[in-house]
Design a protein around this ligand. Structure first.
Ligand code: ADE
Length: 228
């Protein structure tokens, strides 16, 4: 999979070089390229934004600068992801869907977002004919300072689903067997007693049927307790 992230803060993406994602890039399973949006500006001040038409607070990022940056990376089959709190909610299901993509472009807006004509332009039929798809995505109902952290959340969730990226492929297999798509029961490891709290005896019983039953009942209880 190839990933291009476009941002005015390329330094934000340094953590993607760590751990399993760093290894996946070294091994050639994944290539992540971060692009500085300001490199596309032509004025001396490297302007990336301007006041909104119609008035209001904040600044809007310039369509032309974004268009130049996206034109530089887009290709047939690209998925263009525009991060915005107004987007469709990112879920494990969307992560699964995007994990089979060949090329993801993350457009990380700041301020009051990107001039909407950028979304409109790349949503046109001529791009659809090239299998290019545009999505506005939000990682949750809160407002971040920009799309950088949101895109890193997405990149981590998506790329760990690519075969070979995760250290232990059995962890993925177990997740996909779980109803919800992820592990939800409580886990314990040694020692058997810590600060007076014992590991639930069923987990020491060796009875795999009883363990599975206990885990699914715990997962349900935990989900109910944490549901908003
Ligand atoms: N930019 C600002 N807030 C965001 C969010 N919640 N999700 C995606 N992009 C954002």
């Amino acid at each position: 999979m190839k990933i291009d992230a476009i941002t005015i803060f390329p330094e934000y993406f340094a953590p993607l070089q760590l751990s399993l994602l760093g290894k996946a890039q070294e091994g050639g399973l994944l290539s992540i390229n971060v692009h500085d949006l300001r490199a596309q500006t032509k004025d001396i001040h490297h302007t990336v934004d301007d006041a909104p038409y119609g008035g209001g607070a904040g600044m809007v990022m310039l369509a032309d600068v974004w268009g130049n940056a996206i034109d530089g990376v887009i290709e047939d089959g690209s998925d263009l992801i525009i991060l915005t709190p107004a987007g469709r909610r990112f879920t494990q299901e969307m992560a699964q869907e995007l994990s089979v993509a060949t090329h993801l472009i993350f457009a990380c807006g700041r301020y009051e977002g990107i001039d909407d004509r950028v979304r409109e332009h790349y949503s046109q039929q001529e791009y659809a004919d090239r299998n290019i798809r545009v999505r506005e995505v939000s990682i949750g109902d809160y407002v971040l300072g920009g799309g950088e952290v949101a895109s890193m959340v997405m990149i981590e969730a998506i790329t760990r689903l690519i075969p070979g990226v995760l250290g232990n492929p059995l962890s993925l297999a177990e997740e996909s067997h779980n109803e919800e798509g992820y592990l939800e029961y409580p886990n314990y490891t040694r020692p058997q007693e810590w600060r007076g709290i014992e590991v639930p005896p069923v987990l020491l019983s060796g009875n795999h049927g009883a363990i599975a039953t206990w885990r699914s009942s715990q997962a349900r209880q935990r989900k109910d307790a944490n549901s908003n």
